[in-house]
Design a protein around this ligand. Structure first.
Ligand code: KIV
Ligand code: ZN
Length: 557
């Protein structure tokens, strides 16, 4: 094992940029988006997409709202060639969408590219060539002049082939591959020479795409590089300045956002960050980040799960459950304090007001998610979680003390199983705990009560169905029960509320023999029935929990 691996690496030589402007700017509008899922993303797949998969992906990108889509490298792959032909011959490219294809600076490849594009109304032809020192030394073994000449020659050839197919509206794109690892002055020199050869105008701009082919430095360094190019490029007003960050250091999203501040007009990337090695920058995250700053990204992710399914199927790579915005778990809180805060946030969120629900940076509904997954209960959850799921499943919010009591029952189950409890399981547990509780107290016919089948002279409980049970009434019920229970009985609390489906829910605190009170719950359309059910539930639970003393049982028998 290496003892000091850090000694193998050099620190990145950051550019010198004085008076940088990007740190004090804010993003005001969405960039031009370019999806390279079907090219860069596809190149990185274990099994590249079939034509059918590419078509499905392409149609989805169009639906999302992409206006520029890199569809392949037709001179390098027969599938890509056939795919481009299919798009053109089957007229599958909407009028407002421009396809883009990649090519290297070799005449045979350029000729084949133009063959693939025959008959397309509009297209971006994208030439790339690597410039950085390590490529010049290791891969090409060429001096700067030759590396520059290759880019210029490719541009000249593309101009020539484009002029020969004037029925198409051609847009030219050049990428100095490995830009972020190239000396800035040399990158500018090559880009200026390329632009000089193409001769873009303000009306007919070319795209200059500056890739972090391998992300090698912090995002602020990339921003400095972009701002330097923005300031120093020739033909700047005839150029669409594009960025193409990869994610080797895990900071591609930050790099793209800072690059926008630094002057970039356009971003290339892939959905959910697919792409070579650690991926291209994730366009979903970038777009939804804008959304949460009050900026319309111009891309529609209102059905994020449908988009995710297509991407997962075509790429055959799952989206991580913690992936920003789209992962299965990203709107879910398991911990009690988070659940409490979210529940309060939901309760206070007013329609039309700014979104302000704690722990949820985005309203799940905006990306087509419902609230089912927001609060999930396991052994780390408190009363907030089970209460939220009860509210959703049963249509009422139990009083706070009942919430606390019930959360202990939930905790016992989740501790025992070590597993999550679904909303349905929580509601079933509530029913088991509080409804039809077996014990000595039972409902008799009409509004009567039995204690082990003996009639109890119960006061008229229908009068009790109000906001609170009058003390005299509570006292009368306690008195009526006491001889049967064989020890003091107390109704310690009483609350009634209406459920979401118009029923009455009664919660009664019942204490036997001076023990801690237990709650009983009765729900029904008739108030008096609900009160009696709550008493039966509460007393029987109290009897069970106090381990009703044997002596008292005998006395009551
Ligand atoms: O990462 C890269 O440099 C590329 C170029 C071809 C644009 O994908
Ligand atoms: Zn790339």
């Amino acid at each position: 094992m290496l003892r000091n691996p850090e000694n193998k690496y050099r620190p990145f030589a950051a550019p010198q940029l004085s008076g940088r402007k990007w740190p004090s700017r804010t993003v005001q509008q969405a960039p031009i988006w370019m999806s390279t899922d079907l090219r860069d993303g596809n190149q990185s797949l274990i099994e590249p997409m079939s034509i059918a998969q590419k078509l499905e992906f392409f149609d989805m990108l169009v639906q999302i709202g992409f206006k520029e889509i890199e569809v392949g490298f037709p001179s390098a792959s027969q599938t890509d060639f056939d795919f481009v032909r299919t798009l053109i011959e089957e007229k599958r490219i909407p009028d407002d969408v421009t396809i883009e294809v990649l090519v290297q600076s070799r005449e045979a490849l350029i000729a084949r590219t133009f063959e693939a594009l025959q008959g397309v109304p509009r297209a971006i032809v994208h030439l790339y060539s690597a410039l950085c020192p390590s490529f010049r030394k290791i891969v090409f073994n060429q001096p700067k002049e030759e590396v520059k000449a290759l880019a210029v020659e490719g541009t000249r050839l593309i101009r020539q082939y484009a002029d020969a197919q004037p029925e198409t509206h051609w847009i030219y794109q050049y990428s100095p591959e490995t830009f972020s690892m190239t000396e800035l002055a040399f990158a500018r020199e090559v880009c200026d020479a390329v632009a000089q050869t193409w001769r873009p105008t303000r009306q007919h701009k070319m795209i200059l795409n500056l890739p972090a082919t391998v992300e090698a430095a912090m995002p602020n360094v990339y921003a400095d590089q972009i701002e330097w190019m923005d300031r120093n490029l020739g033909y700047r007003d005839s150029i669409v300045l594009s960025v193409h960050p990869h994610n080797d250091r895990g900071t591609a999203v930050a790099a793209a956002e800072l690059a926008l501040l630094a002057g970039a007009d356009r971003i290339e990337g892939c959905l959910f960050g697919n792409g070579e090695r650690t991926g291209n920058v994730d366009l979903v995250t970038l777009a939804l980040n804008l959304y949460t700053q009050g900026i319309d990204p111009g891309l529609d992710f209102s059905e994020i799960d449908a988009v995710r399914r297509v991407v997962e199927r075509c790429n055959q790579i799952p989206v991580h459950p913690r992936h920003p915005y789209a992962g299965d778990l990203v709107h879910t809180a398991f911990s009690g304090s988070h659940q409490d805060a979210i529940r309060k946030g939901f309760a206070q969120q007013q329609p039309g007001a700014f979104w302000e629900v704690p722990y949820l940076p985005i309203d799940p509904a905006d990306i087509g998610r419902n609230y089912d997954a927001v609060i999930r209960v396991n052994s780390q959850s408190g009363k907030g979680g089970s209460t939220y799921l009860l509210e959703r499943g049963m249509g009422f919010t139990p009083p706070r003390r009942v919430q606390i009591e019930f959360s202990h029952a939930v905790q016992a189950v989740t501790d025992e199983s070590g597993e999550e409890m679904t909303g349905a399981a929580i509601c079933a547990l509530f029913a088991r705990e509080y409804f039809d509780v077996a014990g000595p107290l039972q409902r008799a016919s009409g509004k009567g009560l039995h204690w082990n089948s003996r009639d109890i002279p119960v006061p008229n409980v229908s009068a009790a169905a109000g906001a609170s049970m009058p003390e005299t009434q509570a006292h009368a019920i306690s008195q009526a029960l006491q001889p049967f229970a064989g020890q003091p009985v107390e109704i310690t609390s009483y609350e009634m509320l209406h459920t979401a489906n118009g029923q009455v829910a009664v919660f009664a605190g019942c204490r036997i023999g001076g023990q801690a009170p237990c709650f009983g719950v009765g729900i029904g359309s008739d108030e008096a029935d609900a009160v009696l059910d709550a008493l039966v539930s509460g007393i029987n639970r109290a009897v069970a929990s106090t381990l009703w003393p044997v002596a008292a049982q005998k006395a009551a028998a």
